[in-house]
Design a protein around this ligand. Structure first.
Ligand code: AMP
Length: 429
């Protein structure tokens, strides 16, 4: 399959070639012709599948014909849950559309609204926006939707998780009924389907990553350790393995700050990225991380969502998320675009429930590996695979099934992950 067979015109194909993309990813191969054709699409695709180009390229194609956007008007609207994702989608629009005479803009909260109002004044063909700021702009008459042709909800599941449902409904009520709708989501939960009902018309459903397929591409393992020992263990892992670019997840903003301070005190350049940081601080941290001036980016789940960092080799779960699906999102940050990824979780005994829920969701027991000198005093119970499906995304962690059915020996194997120079790992139980 080649990009040239998907119905994209020369200026877009040129931009794709300049990016060095040779073949469309599966989501692109499926979505591009449908979107060019004007159909509504519901796509189950996670970050890392090439989904952004999957909707951006055909939208550019569609918008390249037809009249220009009038003052304050928008022809295509992409809604994203986070500022970071909005910025990245907008970057993709600019990259893929650079040989087209189309105007695009990005608007999100946390920065001054006036420059955004100025940008909208001339009209934009593609507007990428977070819901809250878009509504603010609408209330100030800075944006008009009567010319809208296409609506995209990107990472719709995350938008619902983040409580944007009311904002989304308000926005939908402002849009013309006749429009094309594209809904991208990592999962199609009941909530997403409910939202989709009032949104898409006869959509074509496409799915390129059956749930959790990302998980299989990534080498995942856990290191049982006492809670208090986690910062020291992480420091040793970074030093022993000479990790140069690591995304570390913490459950809380406070935890992210504390760990960042600890690492800095250990002489390891680190920065935290979370909801309490200003947009400027977040952008700077991400840029420093990409450039390699900081080695460790410590992030909370929401802040990390949508970060586009190519081929991130190493992800560390400093603590496990309460929502098991977040684990899948987290490790989706590594092993992207076909490269190998490694994801290690530092798991203390009090996190056993979260671990069991994750193993149940991904339908596998995670390989355990102890580190010499960090053997936990409070030992992590052995896992058993519970094959009953999880009730819902937001369900509280449940007790694992300990009846013995579905028991696996995989939890006893070591992975031999560390470089030969590292301390030799040994068996876990
Ligand atoms: P996304 O899933 O949209 O976040 O994209 C993941 C990454 O894959 C981005 O860094 C893109 O630049 C890259 N990418 C998208 N499409 C292709 C392609 N056809 N070939 C190679 N890389 C791609």
């Amino acid at each position: 399959m080649r990009f040239s067979s998907l119905g994209l015109s020369a200026p877009i194909l040129r931009a794709i070639a300049e990016q060095g993309y040779e073949t469309p990813t599966p989501i692109q191969a499926k979505a591009i012709p449908l979107v060019i054709n004007g159909q509504d699409v519901m796509a189950a695709a996670q970050t890392g599948t090439g989904k952004t180009a999957g909707f951006t390229l055909p939208i550019l194609e569609r918008l390249s014909t037809g009249g220009r956007a009038q003052a304050n008007h928008v022809r295509a609207l992409v809604l994203t849950p986070t500022r970071e994702l909005a910025a990245q989608v907008s970057e993709s629009v600019a990259t893929y559309g650079k040989h087209l005479p189309l105007r695009s803009a990005v608007v999100f909260g946390g920065v001054k609204i006036n420059p955004q109002m100025m940008q909208l004044r001339r009209g934009v063909d593609i507007l990428v926006a977070t819901p809250g700021r878009l509504l603010d702009l609408y209330q100030q008459n800075a944006v008009k939707f009567s010319q809208l042709e296409v609506l995209v909800l990107d990472e719709a599941d995350r938008m619902l998780d983040m409580g944007f449902i009311h904002d989304i409904r308000k926005i939908l009520a402002l849009l013309p009924a006749r429009r094309q709708n594209l809904l991208f989501s990592a999962t199609f939960s009941d909530d997403i389907r409910k939202l989709a009902k009032g949104l898409v018309n006869n959509p074509v459903e496409i799915s390129v990553s059956p749930p959790n397929s990302t998980v299989q591409k990534v080498r995942q393992w856990i290191c049982p350790v006492d809670k208090k020992q986690k910062p020291a263990l992480l420091t040793q892992m970074i030093n022993d393995n000479d990790w140069q670019q690591v995304l570390v997840f913490t459950r809380t903003k406070h935890g992210a700050n504390k760990l960042t301070r600890y690492l800095e005190a250990e002489g390891i350049r680190a920065a935290a990225i979370h909801g309490n940081k200003s947009q400027g601080a977040r952008t700077r941290a991400l840029a420093d991380f990409k450039m390699g001036t900081i080695r460790i980016l410590v992030a909370t789940d929401i802040a990390a969502r949508g970060l586009d960092i190519n081929q991130l080799p190493q992800v560390v779960n400093f603590d496990l998320p309460n929502v098991p699906e977040d684990y899948v999102h987290r490790i989706g940050r590594t092993g992207r675009a076909g490269s190998n990824g490694d994801a290690v979780s530092l798991v203390s005994a009090d996190e056993f429930k979260q671990l069991s829920d994750i193993e149940r969701l991904i339908k596998q027991l995670l390989t355990r590996q102890l580190m010499d000198g960090f053997e936990p005093v409070h030992s992590l119970p052995e896992s058993y695979l519970n094959t009953r499906p999880l009730a819902s995304k937001k369900s509280k962690p449940k007790q694992p099934n300990t009846t013995g059915s579905g028991r696996s020996t995989e939890g006893r194997r070591t992975t031999g992950h560390f470089k030969p120079t590292a301390r030799k790992p040994h068996r876990s139980q």
